[in-house]
Design a protein around this ligand. Structure first.
Ligand code: UGA
Length: 459
């Protein structure tokens, strides 16, 4: 089938390439000429594991092409997917300007009776709005509109597309359902297909992300309690998650959720609820708690390591999670900003996101090439993104290059005993702080503790 994708951003590019992999002929349109010419020469505007190879493969097979000509993209397409940006306004409401613009752009070029599929994350009611814009521009109502939300995680988007937990198809005309079924026929044997009303499909996306955010937010609050009572949030969640009604996924406590989806989608969901007099109080509480978390963690670093303005903090990771170069609403980035605002100096490393973060993080921030260099002269080191590379750091050697001894593992990535064995005061999330034996001994004998270990000895 010929398919068009409007928008060569994260969702459009990944979905377009994956649809081509399923055997469709996909043309991706983007308003940005630069982006299209980059893509034509094989340069990816984002980092997503495996995406460059996939784009090359389906491109070489003649099933994926790029254009900045809307009419060429849309003409003859059985379905046109809208995958443009849907940023949020200060009120939390989604800004639909790009959706409106895309609908208006494609309207004159659509074949009669073709299908427009909304892939971007939108609030309930957007499909109806798109249908109206297109009908107004064409002067007739001969286009079908459907909702087909995406559930791709950055970092594992291709696998999520090819082996989804479910495919949600929201439509209100049988012909639209038939086209969607054909598009996803190759995945039908591996994934349940939920055929719903358009409103239910739109809601499903927001409800799914809101619920996952609630799980994370809940785990983070439980972690706070664990810290206060000498519990271990990992052990608790392992046991709780074995209940199949609950499940272990998305119960890993950490610095808070970030990225381009959960923060925006939870705010939009809260806004939808409020504006329809159906407040989503659980999600409201989670949004507020997640918003407070980076500052709380920054304060924990400063108090826990007894830092003063001018002290140096090493920061491992700035991306909102591992395997992405995305720093949007990254808790690591927010922690970094709070530390800089408190007058601290930063030494930072991220294997993929440094380039993006350099552009937005101003102040005393020095970027280093290797994780080991983050430790040099640092009064405290913070691990904020769970990059696998960080597991392999030789802590014993790295800690010797520090000025202080405090290590904050906000992803609970490292082995606590190994960190303590390396002479570090090991602070983590939802677990007791581990103090090295020499500091323990000094404390027990009532002697003076080492510099920067003073705060740790109070824990
Ligand atoms: C999320 C959803 O997982 C996808 O299903 C959805 O399609 C996507 O949003 C979207 O709406 O487009 P993504 O933003 O790529 O995907 O990232 P996640 O892997 O879900 O992680 C989101 C945040 O939650 C990250 O900051 C991560 O570190 C955090 N997280 C996740 C935790 O703190 N704990 C966990 O247990 C899981």
């Amino acid at each position: 089938m010929k398919l068009a994708m409007i928008g060569a951003g994260y969702v459009g590019l990944t979905t377009g390439a994956c649809l081509a992999q399923l055997g469709h002929d996909v043309v991706i349109f983007d308003i940005s000429r630069d982006r299209i010419s980059q893509l034509r020469t094989g340069q990816m505007p984002i980092f997503e594991p495996g995406l460059d190879d996939l784009v090359r493969e389906v491109g070489a097979a003649g099933r994926l092409s790029f254009t900045d000509d809307a009419s060429r993209a849309v003409k003859g397409a059985a379905a046109v997917f809208l995958a443009v940006g849907t940023p949020s306004r200060d009120s939390g409401e989604i800004d639909l300007a790009q959706i409106d613009g895309a609908a208006a752009t494609i309207a004159p070029h659509l074949d009669a009776k073709s299908l427009v599929v909304i892939k971007s994350t939108v609030s309930v009611g957007t499909a109806r709005r798109v249908r109206e814009i297109i009908a107004q521009r064409r002067g007739r109502s001969d286009i079908m509109v459907a909702s087909n939300p995406e559930f791709l995680r950055e970092g594992s988007a291709i696998a999520d597309f090819m082996k989804p937990d479910r495919i949600v198809l929201g439509f209100d005309q049988p012909q639209a359902g038939r086209v969607l079924d054909q598009i996803y026929a190759a995945l039908a044997p591996v994934a349940p297909i939920c055929r719903t009303s358009i409103a239910d499909a739109e809601l499903t996306k927001h409800v799914a992300n809101a619920f996952l955010a609630v799980k994370i937010g809940f785990a983070n609050e439980v972690a706070d309690l664990c810290e206060a009572v000498d519990g271990d949030v990992g052990a608790v969640m392992e046991a709780v998650g074995l209940d199949r009604r609950i499940g272990r996924a998305f119960l890993s406590a950490g610095p808070g959720y970030g990225g381009s989806c959960f923060p925006k989608d939870t705010r939009a969901f809260v806004h939808s609820g409020r504006s329809r007099n159906a407040p989503q109080r659980v999600v409201e509480a989670i949004v507020a708690a997640n918003g407070r978390r980076p500052l709380q963690l920054a304060q924990r670093i400063i108090a826990g390591a007894d830092l003063e303005p001018g002290s140096t903090v090493g920061l491992l990771g700035i991306a909102f999670k591992a395997n992405t170069d995305d720093i949007r609403e990254s808790p690591a980035l927010q922690i970094a900003r709070h530390l800089l605002a408190a007058g601290l100096r930063l030494r930072l490393h991220d294997p993929r996101a440094a380039r993006n973060a350099r552009q937005v993080l101003t102040g005393s921030a020095e970027w280093v090439e290797s994780p080991r260099d983050v430790f040099k002269g640092a009064d405290a080191v913070v691990l904020a993104t769970e990059w696998e590379d960080y597991r392999g750091i030789d802590l014993r050697a790295a800690s010797r290059t520090m000025s202080g001894r405090h290590f904050f593992d906000f992803r609970n990535l490292l082995d606590p005993e190994a960190a303590r064995g390396a002479g570090l005061v090991y602070h983590s999330i939802g677990r007791a702080t581990l103090v090295p034996r020499d500091i323990e001994r000094t404390r027990r004998s009532g002697g003076a503790v080492l510099p920067h270990a003073a705060a740790a000895s109070k824990v």
